[in-house]
Design a protein around this ligand. Sequence first.
Ligand SMILES: Cc1ncc(COP(=O)(O)O)c(C=O)c1O
Length: 330
Amino acid sequence: MNSEPPRIELARLPTPIDHLQDLSRELGVEIYVKRDDLTGAALSGNKVRKLEYVLARALEEDADTVITCGGAQSNHCRATAIAARRVGLDIELFLRGGHESAVEANLFLDLLVGAHIHAMTEAEYEDVGPAMAERAEILGSQGRQAYVVPEGASDPIGSFGYVRCMKEIIDQQRAGDVTFDQLIVPVGSGGTVAGLLAGARHLGFTGKIIGVPVCDDAAWFRPVIETLLEGLAHYLVGLDATVPDDLLLDGFVGNGYGQATFDELERIRDLAVLTGLILDPVYTNKAFGALLALVRDGTIAQGGRVLFIHTGGLFGLFPFGDRMPHLMVP
Ligand SMILES: Cc1ncc(COP(=O)(O)O)c(C=O)c1O
């Protein structure tokens, strides 16, 4: 790397890569899973890698409070709240639908670590950027210092967490004597896939990266990712910031962001029974649906090796408990 932004250690790294033997045998494709759901316990998932850089910057700027935003069941907000406490910072969260949500799962953990919640309606959330800036100003006028983290921590600094992850993957390929043909990752705000792509270009990863939007679509994400790559080029000098035409794969949003169909929930259960791997309904299960579709249509060739990035999100599964098919105590 040409230069790296400051970083603090928050994640348990390197995360392991598991081989799903039974499923691989069944599908005729070698399926590996990068377990970024294991970056920690309550503080877990892909956001922790981003927060290593984002909170380092907050501390560098002498912040005493972190402000960020997301849905009521946002993994990003939960991870940011816990990480902020780990490094001794106050935390304020602007949550879309915060009033309506039951106090469970991610929201429960937010409250457990004493996050100050600003609940917003869907309409109010349209202006969440200015609302966070205004709150930072108010805190400033009280002699405090707030650091505002964008939704999903998807700014170039946060994305750097996944440049670093790509280095880890390349090292693990070498150590395990395996080369991945494809890498599949969910896309929610774009920072994870942008960091992986930047890392791949910078470090020479040869597999094809496929990002699977779980909201919006490829046309919406393309300029977002391009802007992130341009930002990353400040650190990775000469980085090509163009977004390949086939980076993003549409068609797996299902019924919409945060929604899960009966079939999708059934797939989570089937995979859990077959492999012990537990996916979340909002991000990883949708991307895994894409992986299975690519195996079915032959894009992932028989005998090929695919690496699935498990970005976490376990807590997002709990609110679906009563809708989960075939779960009953006999
Ligand atoms: C569990 C999980 N997976 C994937 C993502 C998507 O990552 P990104 O926002 O970097 O695109 C998120 C957050 O949005 C997430 O919480």
